[in-house]
Design a protein around this ligand. Structure first.
Ligand code: SAM
Length: 311
């Protein structure tokens, strides 16, 4: 599959299937009382999408160790990676809520159910943006499940390469109010110039006191498409048709952390290995980082406006 500038998808196809993939991993990581995360909506959402491979995975019918290069330890570490990532963004929102931020924007929300499952303070408004079919499917499926948002949820079906700031403002977003932004698992699916454009738009809409959490994936610059294609072919034999090499935009692009720093954000980054340590997870010595390599979890803050000091 080749990407085009205006391609679109649902949760069973193209980039949309990657949202179902990470939700399936969240479902596998959930349900353990001692686990790091609990996303009770992940499994029913994945089942509703209906990709047979993921349904069988949730039903315990797939031997994960039969996957290319997988050992039980490695299969667990791949699920732990998504648990750690989920926890990182959950903790980020807990901190923004504690800091008094009540306006939240989740860019590329996929099957993220944070608007339903996190403990939002009263009057928090959560905007969720993703492709129209993705947003419509999740809203409909969660309503059918009887799930109630835990905040004021404002879903916006739009392509993030289009004028999403206009749609966000039309839905009630106030650029004069501090915002907590998340772009989780998004940037590598945007062309390099669209990544810069999206970060510029976030900056332009961020009042002092706003924050952003996202990822930096350095390996996208020298992504080995051939190795990824071979890996996908082996996965296809096992029933999963998802070729990352046709979905991501490899090659040169801005360094996310540097770009944000130069745009006036205070930026910190935590590599995945650091998150594993922070959350008490085990990273096997021989853990191949996967086709995308290292992932750095990024948090950024727009310094609050300085109070005018009397002369
Ligand atoms: N953030 C979610 C999570 O972590 O569960 C979903 C991550 S999934 C890997 C990538 C998401 O990015 C998909 O939901 C996809 O629809 C969305 N996405 C990628 N490019 C997009 C675009 N141009 N417009 C809207 N959504 C996009």
């Amino acid at each position: 599959m080749t990407r085009t500038g205006n391609d679109s998808w649902d949760l069973a196809s193209s980039v949309g299937a990657t949202a179902t993939l990470v939700a399936a991993a969240r479902a596998m990581a959930s349900g353990d009382p001692d686990g790091l995360i609990d996303d009770p909506y992940a499994a029913p959402l994945v089942r509703a999408v209906g990709i047979d491979f993921f349904t069988r995975m949730l039903d315990g019918e797939l031997d994960l160790t039969a996957f290319p290069d997988a050992t039980p330890e490695r299969a667990q570490a791949m699920i732990d990676s998504i648990a750690a990532r989920t926890k990182f963004f959950d903790d980020y929102f807990a901190a923004s809520s504690a800091a008094g931020v009540r306006q939240v924007v989740i860019l590329a929300s996929g099957l993220d159910s944070r608007a339903y499952r996190l403990d939002w303070p009263d009057h928090t408004v959560v905007y969720e943006l993703d492709q129209p079919d993705v947003i419509a499917f999740k809203s409909r499926t969660l309503a059918e499940l009887g799930a109630q948002p835990a905040a004021v949820r404002r879903p916006i079906g739009i392509d993030l390469r289009e004028d999403w700031p206009a749609a966000l403002r039309a839905a009630g977003f106030d650029p004069g109010t501090p915002t907590a932004w998340v772009a989780e698992g998004l940037l590598i699916y945007l062309p390099p110039e669209a990544q810069d454009g999206l970060l510029d738009q976030v900056t332009a809409l961020s009042a002092p006191g706003s924050t952003l959490a996202t990822e930096y994936v350095p390996g996208i610059m020298d992504f080995d498409a051939e190795a990824a294609r071979e890996r996908s072919a082996r996965m296809r034999e096992r029933g999963l048709d998802l070729d990352m090499s046709g979905l991501v935009y490899a090659g040169p692009r801005s360094h996310v952390m540097d770009y944000l720093s130069e745009s006036g954000w205070r930026v910190t980054g935590s590599p995945r290995s650091e998150l594993f340590q922070r959350y008490g997870l085990h990273m096997p010595d021989n853990m191949e980082p996967g086709p995308l390599g290292e992932i750095v979890y990024v948090s950024a803050a727009r310094p609050p406006a300085r109070a005018h000091s009397p002369r």
